[in-house]
Design a protein around this ligand. Structure first.
Ligand code: AVI
Length: 314
């Protein structure tokens, strides 16, 4: 694990321009900061999707074309605290649908908390947590003949570039059978007046979240990044619908990373690209799925039309 981390950090810092992978935001501190982000007034994404799950639950169920007599598997990739999904689980349960809920996450801790919570709030729902790599688990679930609904929410797909997103959805399809469904939650292209503050909140939580990457390198790879000499910088291109986060060096400086055995020079104003948060519209979604085995059925929007849950059929 540490070896892959070291290799990818080295690769990123030796690229021109420098980059660091956003997947490394999520250590214990990063997870906690992301929970804070989801509750920020500026971060509309979570609230918008919760609006759909809370107020358009029946539309979601109808769009998924579920059969009340057929036992199915509801598989969530990166379940987190399951807040949105609980609304769906509770309605499905009330309407006597037969299903197993299979949340998949890399964090065993998150899964255990979710399972405990669901045992208390929805004791009748069958919950089978799965810890590990999404695709390894999906491959192992392939033997079951039950129809599957995959949930990939929160615009998590937006943290991949379009090429990776297409590959990811293609791979999902390869692990499913015709008729299985994918519920894909994505943030929609909108004005920079709304998007930029979501990545540049007043309390500076997103800045801490971004800079935590450098802190992690200091702690885990014995680096000496001076966090006071780097700052968070989000950018948003409204025409493309792409938000990007950068860490900018505020001085000419050299950073040593002992575990890599290397030093890196930064010029004042030099940027490290740390994250992409893509926003979508119908054309982009259609284009991404055009070379996969999925067809687009429908989409459900929140009341402000900020966010969409697309329903795709394998
Ligand atoms: C997890 N992901 C969808 C978040 C996003 O909006 O791209 C991560 C995030 N980065 C900064 N704030 C939130």
């Amino acid at each position: 694990m540490i070896d892959i981390f070291k290799k990818e950090i080295k690769q990123g810092l030796e690229s021109n321009p420098k980059t660091l992978p956003s997947k490394y935001f999520y250590n214990k501190k990063g997870d906690a900061l992301f929970v804070e982000i989801m509750n920020l007034p500026e971060y509309y994404l979570t609230r918008s999707e919760l609006d759909i799950f809370q107020n358009k639950t029946q539309e979601l169920i109808t769009a998924l074309q579920l059969n009340v007599n057929t036992h199915f598997e509801l598989i969530e990739l990166g379940a987190g605290d399951g807040l949105k999904t609980k609304k769906l689980l509770s309605t499905l349960n009330k309407q006597n649908y037969k299903f197993d809920y299979l949340p998949i996450d890399i964090s065993l801790n998150a899964l255990n908390l979710l399972k405990k919570d669901l045992l208390g709030t929805l004791p009748d729902v069958s919950v089978k947590t799965q810890q590990g790599d999404y695709f390894e688990i999906l491959a192992s679930l392939k033997q079951s003949n039950k129809p599957k609904v995959i949930l990939f929410l929160g615009s998590n797909i937006g943290n991949m570039n379009d090429e990776k997103a297409e590959q990811f959805i293609y791979n999902l399809g390869a692990n499913l059978k015709p008729g299985d469904k994918l519920l894909l939650g994505v943030d929609l292209i909108k004005s920079k007046d709304i998007v930029l503050p979501a990545y540049n909140d007043e309390k500076g939580i997103t800045a801490q979240f971004n800079l935590n990457l450098l802190e992690r390198i200091n702690q885990e790879l014995d680096g000496d990044f001076n966090l006071n000499k780097f700052k968070h910088q989000p950018e948003y291109n409204e025409t493309q619908g792409i938000a990007k986060s950068f860490i900018v060096s505020t001085a000419n400086q050299t950073v040593n990373i002992k575990a890599i055995g290397a030093s890196y020079n930064f010029e004042a104003g030099e940027k490290i690209h740390t994250e992409i948060s893509r926003k979508y519209n119908d054309a982009l979604i259609k284009n991404i799925i055009s070379n996969t085995d999925f067809a687009l059925d429908t989409k459900i929007l929140d009341s402000k039309k900020y966010f969409a849950d697309y329903i795709l059929t394998r």
